[in-house]
Design a protein around this ligand. Structure first.
Ligand code: ZN
Length: 252
């Protein structure tokens, strides 16, 4: 680290658990963020401010007036601009040292696998189950930690799938794809603005801990918040030995 970096990250370096070594690991880190909306905004802002070496930010959507109530990466002046590109502009203003790679594309399975392989960890900041399961499959295949968040109405949840470790449960263990799950979207049900900030910031928290190799993550725990009554719940869960995605299968 040069003198400027020692100053920029001094409040991290002062933390006993983190220190120069932890900050250096963050500086060397490469993160894939899928989705530059309500969750991806605060996550990307904090990861950039904290000095993550490379952030790949993927979103094929464009900034819309209805996004600005919560998607704090974007600005009124960038309505109509691709969200990944709009995000890159905002992030460069905070910390030009971070290499931000904007991807204005919808990631298919092959692309997700390729990008997960290049990253140290993946943040799922999307809003639909099909993409969440595709990201999970890529992270299971590439053995990369997945930091997953969701927010709808006043309800949020966040967890970590430590897929770089043996016997860690995956997203599919907790939310099997076959299960009848009602797709809930902000566009129809609404979402409380700062709730996305809370959940996205927690995703950034867990991502930085994973990069720095400190603390205990939400691996095996789903944290749920009801922000209307401000109640938190923590639910423990285990790997499903019959999981169609992460189990070794009968041949193994
Ligand atoms: Zn699984």
């Amino acid at each position: 680290m040069n003198d400027s970096q020692l100053l920029r990250y001094s409040r991290h370096i002062l933390l006993d658990a983190l220190g120069v070594e932890g900050q250096q690991r963050i500086l060397n880190g490469r993160v894939l963020i899928v989705g530059a909306g309500g969750l991806g905004s605060p996550a990307a802002l904090y990861l950039t401010a904290a000095g993550v070496g490379q952030i790949t930010l993927a979103d094929d959507d464009t900034v819309d007036l209805t996004n600005l109530q919560r998607q704090i990466l974007h600005r009124d002046s960038r309505i109509g601009v691709n969200k990944a590109l709009s995000g890159q502009i905002a992030l460069a203003e905070i910390n030009p040292e971070v290499r931000v790679v904007p991807l204005a594309e919808r990631l298919d399975a092959a692309r997700l696998a390729e990008l997960a392989a290049e990253a140290d960890l993946v943040l799922d900041c999307t809003d639909n189950f099909a993409t969440r399961h595709a990201i999970n499959r890529a992270c299971v295949a590439q053995k990369k930690p997945l930091v997953s968040g969701a927010a709808i109405r006043f309800d949020g949840q966040v967890s970590v799938y430590a897929l770089h470790q043996k016997n860690a449960p995956c997203y599919h263990c907790l939310f099997p794809e076959a299960a009848e799950v009602e797709e809930t979207r902000c566009a129809t049900l609404g979402v409380f603005a700062p709730l996305t900030g809370i959940i996205g910031s927690m995703q950034a928290t867990e991502a930085l801990k994973l990069l720095a190799g400190i603390g205990e993550t939400l691996n095996g725990r789903l944290l749920l918040i009801d922000s209307l009554d401000m109640q938190w719940r923590s639910v423990r869960f285990k790997r499903d030995p019959d999981c169609a995605v992460c189990s070794a299968g009968p041949a193994a």
